[in-house]
Ligand binder design. Structure first.
Ligand SMILES: [Zn+2]
Length: 351
């Protein structure tokens, strides 16, 4: 029998489920008591489903007994099996934050739209057409994995900051922590100092942040007429600064085991990004000192390995997104001036 990772909450069980790529696994949680609840589900593969079923069985439960699924955020490894559990006979309530609920209900439509929007985003930040095409092709491949490993399901209740989810003898409070996705939530048990932290603060891993247009039209309030965007890194920083210094004792994340030095992990995640933002800031200063204002693409070329082939394209994409996210943070901090060139590309320099 699996023991709970938190002695004060013996009803919470961590279950490790296999993934098809890297990382090789994801952690989900079963909370016993009424209602019998799963926090996240793993992906919709035969292997993951079998491991989840076996783990539940070991704890004396079947799929058809699940009464509630809380999805920390709308990624395939967290929501992949909700509909399958329903199809196995569970009369369950699915709970997702309101900002991620549309993605869960239409999966993978939004993911497909965001994938297509990557092209105008990167173009606006100066990425040349040949690299854009290769990046897009790589995303189309990963989209087919999304489509295979998760399916849309109905959201019965949307979650908001401060919502209380109750069991007979304890409760979890919803902490809306956007960054990794717009509707990412953590679940806090204030009494025991426990935080189910999803993919926003993990053990031995750093969260990615999403960055995509949320409107097809230029923002009338923006002098540069940029389209409004979800700026994940700005949001992640804000979310984590709010959590920093809180007396959490233990984190139960989506990856990386059980985190016992909770505040340290929150600070390390912030520091990880602060260091990268500073590095990109220095790169910007260095390039700008040579003359022209620079593009995000030029900063990326100066700081990261260039001319990538094949398998490294995923890294290229995440590094470009990191540069754009860092520029967003520097702009948020009032340190950056952005302008638009006659070809539509955005350039940057310091105030
Ligand atoms: Zn995720």
């Amino acid at each position: 029998m699996k023991r709970s990772p938190v002695p004060a909450r013996p009803q919470i069980h961590q279950i490790v489920l296999p993934l098809s790529g890297e990382p090789a696994y994801v952690q989900v949680y079963l909370i016993e008591g009424a209602p019998l609840t799963l926090v996240d589900t793993g992906v919709r593969t035969a292997e993951s489903r079998a491991v989840l079923e076996a783990a539940l069985e070991e704890l004396g439960h079947g799929f058809d007994e699940i009464e509630r699924v809380i999805v920390t955020h709308a990624h395939r490894d967290h929501m992949g099996l909700v509909q399958s559990i329903r199809d196995a006979g569970a009369d369950l309530e699915c709970l997702v934050h309101e900002a991620d609920a549309p993605v869960v209900e239409t999966f993978p439509e939004d993911v497909r739209r965001r994938t297509a929007e990557m092209i105008p985003l990167f173009r606006e930040y100066g990425v040349p057409d040949d690299l854009l095409e290769r990046l897009h092709a790589e995303r189309i491949d990963s989209l087919s994995i999304d489509e295979a490993e998760a399916e849309a399901t109905h959201v019965d209740r949307v979650l908001r900051e401060g919502d209380r989810l109750e069991w007979k003898d304890f409760a979890l409070e919803v902490r809306h922590t956007p960054g990794h996705t717009p509707g990412h939530v953590m679940l806090e048990d204030e009494e025991s100092g426990l935080l189910l932290s999803g993919d926003q603060v993990m053990g031995q891993a750093m969260p990615h942040t999403e960055n995509f247009y949320v409107s097809p039209l230029p923002d009338p309030a923006d002098p540069l007429q940029r389209r409004r965007r979800f700026r994940g890194l700005v949001e992640l920083r804000r979310s984590l600064r709010r959590l920093r210094g809180r007396p959490f004792k233990i984190l139960l994340p989506g990856y990386g085991g059980v985190v016992r030095r909770a505040d340290r992990a929150i600070r390390d995640t912030l520091l990880f990004y602060d260091v990268r933002i500073q590095r990109i800031d220095r790169g910007l200063r260095h390039l700008a000192a040579m003359g022209q204002p620079v593009t995000a693409y030029e900063i990326w070329k100066a700081l990261f390995p260039s001319d990538p082939i094949g398998t490294a394209l995923g890294d290229v994409r995440s590094h470009l997104l990191l540069v754009i996210g860092a520029l967003d943070c520097l702009e948020e901090d009032g340190l950056l001036v952005t302008e638009r060139r006659s070809d539509g590309v955005l350039t940057h320099h310091h105030c």
